[in-house]
Design a protein around this ligand. Structure first.
Ligand SMILES: Nc1ncnc2c1ncn2[C@@H]1O[C@H](COP(=O)(O)OP(=O)(O)O)[C@@H](O)[C@H]1O
Ligand SMILES: [Mg+2]
Length: 370
């Protein structure tokens, strides 16, 4: 299976869709002299016409993500388009609301920064800073698997992000190499908060990406932040092995494997790494690392991370093992190429039949800035 097919098969739960999209011609205007004005005085509300839509850089469960250029300052952004009809059909309204609200609330150097969000009669749009280094997924598949040191670097940055999110009572719920981007300096930028949720106690929804689902999610048991630590175990395994610990094309068989908890390690993975992975993939919640009395410190103090200075990790002082060569602003060479669909987004439905459903998104935005 080629990497693109593999990735498209790996979309988060809730069927993958494809639908007509638009594409305007790229423009090579230089940054406008008004750049700093845009920064200092962000427009109260943006709309599609403020952007030039360029090529597709990602395809997820709800549609395309485009490289886009803000006309006012010439800067590049990633514009995620989600069709209202599909959001409703696949009962994802709450998830989309969560995505926007959580992105607005959080602010962390290892998390993508949201620039704005808006809607029209047909679609919801979320605009984030463009992270030019591509997905950790592509880098991992190109390398086949990572050395201990490389895997440790990315795992450490993910841990710091999870610690931050959990301190705000947010579960992330969709960790996988496709949702970890690299910025131009080689540090991570976590994207895709479509399944992130505020949870102070427990929650029940079955969501995530099959290979990364903790057993308690599959069993429809109440679950908590501990599912993110389980997913970290899957990620560390996948980074070191080059493939995830549980893998079956058929989801029922895959879930069976996850519930049985049977997996083996390739011989080249070190004993200390295997030990940490076992402690994270622990099905018994009273034994899973990250979920014990010591919390995240149990993970940070594990032997595999011996010598890691966590303060340096947090402050971005560790030099990344790989620095992407982004040659110019808006360079998409680290992204896969997707077939384009040229039907413009701005051919709008005459009326917004879902106006009431999505009203809350923008009302919130309104009060937020008053
Ligand atoms: N800010 C961004 N910068 C660069 N690429 C992005 C950005 N946001 C999304 N992408 C690309 O689009 C893909 C899908 O975006 P994502 O938010 O994960 O959507 P979905 O919820 O549909 O999975 C990502 O895996 C990535 O390749
Ligand atoms: Mg995604």
């Amino acid at each position: 299976m080629d990497n693109l097919t593999e990735k498209l098969n790996q979309t988060s739960l809730d069927e993958s869709l494809s639908f007509p999209q638009s594409l305007s011609q790229p423009s090579l205007q230089p940054p406008s002299p008004y750049s700093s004005i845009v920064e200092e005085f962000p427009k109260f509300q943006y709309e599609l016409d403020d952007f030039i839509i360029l090529q597709t850089i990602g395809m997820g469960s709800f549609g395309r993500v485009h490289l886009a250029r803000l006309k006012a300052n010439g800067e590049y952004y990633a514009l995620k388009v989600m069709k209202k009809e599909d959001i409703i059909q696949y009962k994802q309204v709450e998830h989309i609301l969560n995505e926007k609200h959580i992105l607005e609330e959080i602010n962390h150097p290892f998390i993508i920064n949201m620039f704005c969000g808006f809607q029209d009669n047909s679609n919801i749009y979320i605009v984030t800073d463009f992270s030019c280094g591509g997905e950790l997924f592509s880098f991992l598949r190109a390398q086949k698997y990572f050395t201990n040191d490389i895997a440790k670097f990315y795992a450490a940055e993910v841990i710091v992000v999870f610690e931050y999110l959990h301190s705000k009572n947010i579960i992330y719920r969709d960790l996988k190499p496709e949702n970890i981007l690299l910025d131009e300096t080689g540090h991570i930028r976590l994207i895709d908060f479509g399944f992130a949720k505020h949870v102070t106690d427990v929650t029940y929804t079955l969501c995530g990406t099959p290979d990364y689902l903790a057993p308690e999610i599959i069993q429809s048991k109440p679950y908590s932040q501990a599912v993110d630590w389980y997913a970290l175990g899957v990620l560390i395994y996948e980074m070191l092995a080059g493939y995830p610990p549980f893998y079956k094309e058929d989801h029922v068989e895959l879930y069976q494997q996850i519930l049985e908890g049977k997996y083996s390690f390739p011989a080249h993975i070190s004993h200390t790494a295997c030990d940490l992975i076992r402690k994270l993939l622990q099905p018994d919640l009273s034994k899973r690392y990250g979920n014990l009395k010591g919390g995240v410190d149990d993970i940070k103090n594990h032997k595999w991370f011996a010598g890691v200075n966590w303060e340096h990790v947090e402050n971005k002082l560790i030099i990344p093992p790989y620095i992407p060569r982004c040659r110019y602003n808006g360079d998409t060479s680290y992204f896969d190429q997707y077939p384009e669909d040229y039907e413009p987004y701005d051919i709008q439905k005459e009326e917004d039949i879902y106006a009431d459903v999505f009203k809350v998104i923008f009302n919130f935005f309104f009060f937020f800035f008053l």
